[in-house]
Unconditional design. Structure first.
Length: 462
């Protein structure tokens, strides 16, 4: 019996494995359709409440490379909202193919690019997911250090790595666990911090004060779209993972609604809460100190630190499924344990401060790829793709993807010095100057989608 009014998915088949309610171990087994709308909503809602979102409020207000707080508070809130809503819609689009076909995200790309060409984005996705998984363990360790007033960093990293690995071995059980227990605790914690910040009396943001003792908030709206891109990029980072979870959805409507709605809602709530914390921040303090100074702040902030493990869990599980696109018969449990150990070791030995630019660069390739996917899957193929291991190569879709990627880099070449310098030279060669109204994410998505639609039409006529 279906719950919550969910509709059955065309072609959905229950697994014949002994545990028919857990994710299959290899790509040879069918995906059980066991996640309701509320299961998925809890999963995406929890991903929206990230420790990154609290510190990300600063990134939105200071979207330029020099880190100055240039945007006004109003511009920052609107940019956070618009960017997150657009990103949520894109995330919803990425969720539907998984629910319709029952295939993981990177396996779906066999239908878009062909089996062998799908290895290119698969390798890129594995690289970025290992990076983000490592980054998450470092963030958890830093937050735990502030929460407990210091302590052994290695212990926090190892504990987070073990928890991540355990969650990844039972992924669907972990999603249902989020719905039943963790989501309630997170909602209570969010409400508590909003209440406490308002009781403390927010600074007069209309006069644009900065963090106490720091530079003032800006008054500028000219970087609105650059700030919107910064907020949108966070949502887009989940696009290459969406189908890994929505392949277990009971309906396409549930997959789209949960991914686009629940994630956007909680992400906006977390961004605005991060903005309030930024208003209370004292120069030189840790980024999470405003949360720890309010009444019972340590208790409720512990909820956020513990819940952050679902971010690393999602990254590690999707890394395992991405590797299965290359090696379909590998047991995902073996992959999960190996990847959990790998990101734990990396988190113990790496300083990720200079790696964020590379992660953003790799992540930017998936914005135009989503444009190509949406145009081809929904407009040309009408949801019918060949995702078999011998699916033919489609170089025209690669060309459309590269066209969208070029648009993105021309508008926003990023912060990696040698890479941004290359695209700055291309801008000079083309006599092109990015304008403040240009959104790299939105325009590259549209350009790639249009190119894919165009070559698809030409191919049908041929």
């Amino acid at each position: 019996m279906l719950e919550n009014g969910d509709e059955p998915v065309r072609g959905g088949v229950a697994s014949a494995r002994p545990d028919a309610h857990e994710a299959p171990l290899t790509l040879d087994e069918p995906a059980p359709r066991v996640l309701s709308f509320w299961d998925q909503s809890a999963f995406w809602a929890n991903l929206g409440v990230s420790l990154f979102a609290f510190s990300g409020a600063y990134t939105v207000l200071a979207p330029d490379v020099d880190g100055a707080l240039r945007l006004s508070i109003a511009a920052g809130i609107v940019a956070m909202t618009v960017g997150t809503l657009l990103g949520g819609l894109m995330l919803g689009l990425a969720a539907v193919p998984g629910a319709r076909t029952g295939r993981p995200a990177m396996v779906l790309l066999r239908g878009l690019f062909g089996a062998r060409l799908s290895y290119v984005p698969t390798v890129l996705n594995v690289a970025q997911l290992i990076g983000w998984g490592t980054f998450e363990l470092i963030v958890i360790a830093e937050a735990a250090g502030e929460l407990f007033g210091g302590g052994p960093r290695w212990l926090y990293v190892v504990a987070a790595g073990v928890l991540t690995t355990v969650l990844t071995i039972w992924p669907l059980g972990s999603v249902r666990l989020l719905r039943r227990f963790v989501t309630v605790a997170v909602v209570i914690a969010l409400g508590w911090f909003y209440l406490q910040f308002f009781r403390e009396g927010l600074p007069d943001l209309t006069d644009n004060p900065g963090p106490s003792g720091g530079a003032p908030f800006g008054t500028d709206w000219s970087m609105f779209w650059l700030a919107t891109d910064a907020a949108l990029a966070v949502s887009i980072s989940w696009v290459p993972l969406a189908a890994d979870y929505t392949r277990h959805s009971r309906s396409e409507k549930a997959a789209f609604g949960a991914a686009s709605g629940a994630y956007a809602l909680t992400q906006i709530v977390a961004y605005v809460l991060g903005l309030f914390a930024l208003a209370f921040a004292v120069q030189g303090e840790g980024v999470y100190q405003p949360f720890l100074t309010v009444t019972l702040g340590a208790v409720f902030f512990f909820v956020f630190v513990l819940r952050e493990a679902d971010q690393s869990f999602a990254n590690v599980y999707s890394t395992a499924l991405s590797i299965q696109n290359l090696l379909p018969r590998l047991d995902r449990r073996v992959l999960s344990v190996g990847l959990g150990v790998l990101i734990t070791v990396l988190a113990l030995g790496l300083n990720m401060g200079d790696y964020a630019g590379f992660l953003s660069l790799i992540g930017s390739v998936f914005v135009p790829m989503l444009g190509v996917l949406a145009a081809d899957f929904f407009l040309r193929a009408r949801g019918s793709w060949d995702t078999s291991p011998d699916a033919p190569s489609r170089w025209s879709m690669i060309a459309a993807w590269l066209a969208g990627f070029a648009v993105y880099q021309l508008i926003n070449p990023g912060t990696v010095s040698w890479w941004s310098g290359l695209w700055t030279d291309v801008q000079d060669l083309l006599h092109f100057t990015p304008q403040p109204w240009m959104s790299a994410s939105l325009l590259s998505f549209l350009a790639a989608g249009f190119a894919a639609f165009l070559v698809g039409r030409i191919g049908r006529r041929a």
